[in-house]
Ligand binder design. Structure first.
Ligand code: PH2
Ligand code: MG
Ligand code: MG
Length: 154
């Protein structure tokens, strides 16, 4: 079993309902699931003016291999009507695999750890609430340390 981190985000439609739905699906996908509070955040690096996000983080354990877990996350997004009209578009539900144990992967459609999570307060802040001791296998820093170094406006 590996410990995995999933970042949750929504800024289209009933954001809370989308996140609640994702959490209930994640409960059957991962064991010992812990979920952060929901954080309302300003959109960062998105296309055009967009509504505020609701973000959260979840940690749990799994024996499902990374690509199969990614496929399961994409199918949960699809259940909430996720569309991808263009990069950075507003979305009903985004589920990103941030960490998968100590694995470092660069495969088609799947880079783990998530390549931008170290600079993203909207990922690190919820994540620190449930796993500030978790270690980024690339930099060796804990989530708590990454958050402390993260710029206040990201
Ligand atoms: N996701 C992005 C880009 N920008 N900004 C916030 N606040 N929250 C997000 O989840 C988010 C974002 C790409 O997935
Ligand atoms: Mg994302
Ligand atoms: Mg995504």
């Amino acid at each position: 079993m590996d410990r995995v981190i999933v970042a949750l985000g929504s800024n289209l439609g009933d954001r809370r309902a989308h996140l609640d739905f994702a959490v209930s699906r994640l409960r059957s996908l991962l064991t010992n699931l812990r979920v952060s509070r929901y954080y309302e955040t300003d959109p960062i690096d998105v296309a055009g003016a967009q509504p505020l996000f609701l973000n959260a983080a979840a940690v749990g354990s799994t024996a499902t291999p990374p690509q199969a877990l990614l496929a399961a996350l994409l199918s949960i997004e699809a259940e909430r009507g996720r569309e991808r009209p263009h990069p950075g578009a507003a979305r009903t539900l985004d589920l990103d695999l941030v960490l998968y144990g100590n694995l470092v992967l660069n495969e088609p459609g799947l880079i783990v750890p998530h390549p931008r999570f170290r600079e993203r307060r909207f990922v690190l802040e919820p994540l620190a609430e449930i796993g500030s001791e978790l270690v980024d296998p690339v930099t060796g820093s804990t989530v708590g340390e990454l958050l402390a170094r993260c710029s206040a406006d990201l």
